[in-house]
Design a binder for this molecule. Structure first.
Ligand SMILES: NC(=O)c1ccc[n+]([C@@H]2O[C@H](COP(=O)([O-])OP(=O)(O)OC[C@H]3O[C@@H](n4cnc5c(N)ncnc54)[C@H](O)[C@@H]3O)[C@@H](O)[C@H]2O)c1
Ligand SMILES: C[N+](C)(C)CCCC=O
Length: 511
């Protein structure tokens, strides 16, 4: 059995005294049986970098088959205890976890920034959303109930909502802590256990979440973290004790997950990528529309699945819209993500930065005009010179056939497209294989609802964008995935319904 370590991953004092470019995480990043576990094969270690500086943050050692099995067995033992507890008891423990997260919000946010590169202002919101999500599903844990159905002759049937067992969560790197919370909270509320695999680029804060659940009093092994990339993920998906897979990531990986799940007939939730449209009509409140377009494009350096990166603007207001949007984009402070005044931090990695800049170069070649940004950015602060920064970019003169308009860029690049009529814009907005989100700005309330009715997207925003309270379901249409996270409906994705038929008379046998 591997060595278990019960000291905190990063002591609070160390986090509080850290600044950009100073922290190194040396503790093991695996977590099962209620403790951190030393990795087996350190020779396979992959270096994880701090995006704002390019410095080494830690080593991520992928888990192999034996370690994945240990984590799943540990989750299964915890499931047997947790699933027998009353929903109200589970709620109490989850509320304690939410309380601890709230109390440590600033520390967790700081580590998230150091690992992911986003601004501290945004990271604090992400951590708030995480504890709110756990609190929300804790509230639901005690309400899980079935139906009573009357049948002839006094007989009846009832349904029971039961957990699935060990669920696997696989996360992307853009919202590391929040994704782990969005998956674990409904899973645990329903009585399941979870083994979570974060992205190999952001291995750190999910371990803090596991530590917090353990401290709150869940049975040892209820939320486990295994580290690794595709190979480890594939071991998790194929493991026979795994009852469900919830995946957040790209469409190509999502398809592979579905294939693996199909082999074991396991249910999957897929939260995949997008290329969402934002439609701005000429009767919109211009200031709100411009603010909405910025919120739709530049949160988390543009590394957001549901971003509204195809901004359709009605032709007669295009000049004014462009003037205002460019002015506000140029005013975005890009730099040290741990400073309160910073509004945009660093992209996740050097290759990803190069890829995003490549999309801008390609857009120029295809005829788009760069109105601002789209350049690598080297902040004046010497410690940030190796960081992965770029200036937020607005592209004009775009058309629907350009690469920047068709493909998910996952960076701070907004493509602006003129349109003339509602019918035309709806057809163009829906002309994509993605369907994660969409937005519309207009003062005409009937048009707003008519437009969203016709948009092929799982989440639609009217007169705002990227607002995602935990009480409302989030998820995609078309290739952006299926299943939902958040909201009441997610209970259905983490539980199964048992029907019990009760005979009160004699058996009416045909034989
Ligand atoms: N819809 C949503 O809620 C949502 C949220 C965040 C990100 N995303 C999407 O995620 C993508 C960016 O994230 P990414 O680059 O981490 O995505 P990715 O698909 O490369 O990786 C996602 C996760 O899958 C794992 N993985 C990769 N190959 C695997 C395999 N064969 N088997 C099992 N696991 C495997 C990775 O290690 C990682 O943990 C974007 O497309 C973005 O739109 C979607
Ligand atoms: C919280 N947001 C901004 C809606 C993002 C959800 C997760 C997508 O990447």
């Amino acid at each position: 059995m591997a060595e278990l370590l019960r000291t905190p991953l990063v002591p609070a004092a160390m986090i509080r005294s850290a600044s950009t470019g100073t922290l190194e995480v040396k503790e093991p990043l695996n977590f099962w049986c209620g403790a951190k576990v030393k990795p087996k094969d350190v020779k396979n270690a992959e270096t994880v970098y701090e995006p704002a500086t390019g410095r080494v943050l830690c080593q991520m050692v992928p888990c192999g088959a034996e370690e994945v099995d240990q984590a799943i067995q540990s989750a299964h033992s915890a499931f047997l205890k947790w699933s027998k507890m009353a929903g109200m008891e589970r709620a109490r423990v989850m509320l304690e976890a939410a309380r601890i997260i709230r109390e440590r919000r600033d520390d967790i946010a700081k580590l998230e920034v150091i690992n992911n590169g986003k601004s501290i202002t945004e990271a604090r919101v992400d951590i708030d959303v995480a504890w709110l999500c756990i609190e929300y599903y804790a509230g639901m844990a005690g309400t899980l109930a079935g139906q009573h159905v009357q049948l002839p002759g006094g007989s009846f049937a009832y349904t029971r909502r039961e957990p699935l067992g060990v669920c696997v969560g696989i996360g992307a790197w853009n919202y590391p802590f929040q994704i782990a919370a969005w998956k674990s909270a409904p899973a645990l509320a329903c009585g399941n256990a979870m083994v979570f695999k974060p992205s190999p680029m952001t291995p750190v804060t999910a371990v803090m979440l596991a530590e917090i659940y353990a401290e709150a009093g869940v049975p040892e092994g209820l939320l486990n973290v295994v580290q690794g990339g595709a190979e480890t993920g594939s071991l998790l998906c194929h493991h026979p004790l795994v009852a469900k897979i919830s995946f957040t990531g790209s469409v190509p990986t999502g398809k592979k997950i579905m294939e693996m799940a199909a082999k074991g007939a396991k249910p999957v939730t897929l939260e995949l990528g997008g290329k969402s449209p934002l439609i701005i009509f000429n009767d919109s409140d211009m200031e709100n529309a411009v603010k909405g377009a910025l919120m739709a494009n530049f949160l988390s350096q543009g590394e957001v699945c549901c971003n509204g990166t195809r901004v359709f603007v009605q032709r007669d207001i295009l000049p004014k819209f462009l003037e205002d949007v460019v002015k506000r984009t140029k005013a975005i402070t890009v730099g040290d993500p741990l400073l309160d005044e910073t509004r945009m931090g660093a992209l996740i990695s050097r290759p990803h930065l190069d890829r995003v800049l490549g999309f801008v170069s390609q857009a120029k070649k295809e005829g788009a005009r760069v109105l601002c940004g789209g350049e690598p950015l080297v902040p004046a602060d010497p410690k940030l010179q190796g960081g992965y920064f770029m200036s937020p970019c607005v592209l004009d003169n775009c058309n629907d056939d350009m690469t920047c308009v068709k493909e998910e860029i996952f960076g701070p690049v907004m493509s602006v497209l003129p349109f003339d009529t509602e019918e035309e814009v709806l057809q163009r907005a829906n002309n994509t294989t993605f369907g994660l989100a969409a937005g519309v700005f207009t003062r005409d309330v009937t048009r707003a609802h008519r437009v969203v009715e016709n948009l092929q997207a799982g989440t639609c925003f009217i007169n705002n964008y990227n607002v995602s309270p935990v009480e409302v379901p989030f998820g995609g249409y078309k290739m952006s995935g299926f299943g939902r996270e958040n909201g009441q409906v997610t209970i259905e994705y983490y539980s199964q319904l048992k029907t019990v038929v009760v005979e009160m008379g004699d058996v009416d046998s045909l034989f």
